[in-house]
Design a protein around this ligand. Structure first.
Ligand code: FAD
Length: 377
């Protein structure tokens, strides 16, 4: 019997495992394959709530808070896990090729300033001073000095190590196939091997979260218009790793059609497509070509870089683009922690903390109402 059973070992499930175990709960995490190998492995690792946000609101607020919490979290995890997680808050350059794009960046800058975040607007000369190899066609940029990236793979691994240190059990290759329920409560989570009894279950299965939630029995039985309790759908993203040249950029360069993320080992990640193609998780020639052209347009020298490897992942998306964090309607001991779409690396750790507060301390007050799974019921 576990206090908390978590379904899914991506960054969100691992963060929930770490925070719940740290708060004193007994935790079992069940992972279909190998932890951290789905969307979490596919991500670019950017921590970019300021340059990514379109409007002020709960998504912006939680993103800014998550970013602010990263240095302390990473320091704590590094000391527990014993390795460097490659947190690099070296700044992001969001560039414009046209006057319209520059105008949009100016507006974004004033919106951010009114929320208390001072970003700098650079002209073409200042852009080239900051990043000498970017295209001559770039006419200006918004520079955000406090954002950056982390190794998403190492962060996931560190969360897993730290969760285990706090007593969590992580089961790999433990595909969840269903639930045992009694009235409105889940009493155990089923895998092919065993039933794992629990007080509370957390659905953190990324793009598959809706499919898992659909295994909860219908209540009331089989109404005609019953919507899935967690409407999560996959949105594919394809990326390329470019290398073979001395570090062409120092900080993240983000253009209108994609971004370039320099990693600590000198490789540059170019991404990412945004495609609604169901659960097809393979790369395509068209998608990779699109990313290659985007990279060359931002930094022409990258045309000579080697295409080292490529990959695709499925972002867990929701109908309104906001995550779902909190109890699932009609199932008081089932908690959703999913739907983080393009921001799961940034928001995974803070989600873990909010879920632990909710489950262990029975305090959901810090979760914005807009993130409640009940908004779709
Ligand atoms: C190309 C790309 C680039 C991205 N870049 C960024 C970025 O720069 N910054 C950022 O913040 N975010 C980024 N994201 C988004 C981020 O990767 C996701 O939001 C995040 O990884 C979601 O984490 P998760 O734990 O919810 O899902 P996942 O990492 O997909 O984990 C879900 C886990 O659940 C498991 N599972 C599924 N079904 C079952 C089952 N039946 N039983 C047990 N386990 C099951 C899966 O095997 C998987 O391991 C990017 C995503 C993509 C695809």
């Amino acid at each position: 019997m576990s206090d908390v059973v978590i379904i899914g070992g991506g960054i969100v499930g691992l963060a929930c495992a770490y925070e719940c175990a740290k708060a004193g709960a007994s935790v079992t995490l069940l992972e279909y394959g190998k932890t951290g190998m789905q969307a979490t492995n596919a991500a670019a690792g950017m921590l970019a709530p300021l340059v990514e946000a379109h409007e002020p609101g709960p998504m912006f607020d939680i993103g800014a808070q998550a970013l602010a919490e990263f240095p302390a979290l990473v320091a704590a995890l590094e000391s527990q896990a014993g390795f460097d997680i490659e947190l690099q808050l070296d700044g992001i350059l969001k560039v414009a090729f046209t006057n319209d794009q520059l105008h949009e960046l100016r507006e974004r800058r004033s919106r951010l300033a009114s929320a208390g975040h001072q970003l700098e607007l650079l002209d073409a000369a200042q852009c080239h001073e900051a990043e000498p190899r970017i295209s001559d066609r770039i006419i200006g940029a918004l520079y955000s000095p406090s954002e950056g990236s982390v190794s998403n793979q190492l962060l996931a691994l560190a969360l897993e190590r730290a969760a285990i240190l706090h007593g969590a059990t992580i089961q790999q290759r433990a595909a969840v196939t269903g639930f045992r329920t009694s009235r409105e409560r889940v009493t155990s989570v089923r895998t092919a091997e065993a039933d794992v009894a629990c007080d509370t279950v957390v659905i953190a299965a990324g793009a598959r979260s809706g499919q898992i939630a659909a295994k909860l029995p219908h209540r009331p039985p089989k109404t005609e218009d019953r919507r899935p309790p967690l409407p999560v759908h996959p949105i594919r993203g394809q990326m390329i790793a470019l290398g073979g040249m001395s570090t062409p950029i120092r900080s993240i360069v983000w253009g209108p059609d994609g971004y370039l993320v320099p990693r600590a080992n000198g490789i540059v990640f170019a991404g990412a497509t945004v495609e609604d193609v169901g659960f097809r998780r393979r790369t395509t020639q068209a998608g990779l070509q699109q990313m290659r052209s985007m990279a060359n347009a931002l930094v022409p020298q990258l045309a000579a870089a080697k295409h080292l490897f490529d990959w695709a992942g499925l972002r867990p998306a929701t109908p309104d683009g906001l995550p779902m964090i909190g109890p699932v309607p009609e199932w008081p001991n089932v908690v959703a922690a999913t739907g983080h779409y393009r921001n799961g690396v940034l928001l995974g750790p803070i989600t873990g903390r909010l879920v632990a507060d909710g489950i262990v301390h029975r305090d959901w007050s810090n979760v914005p109402a807009d993130f409640s799974p009940s908004r779709f019921s």
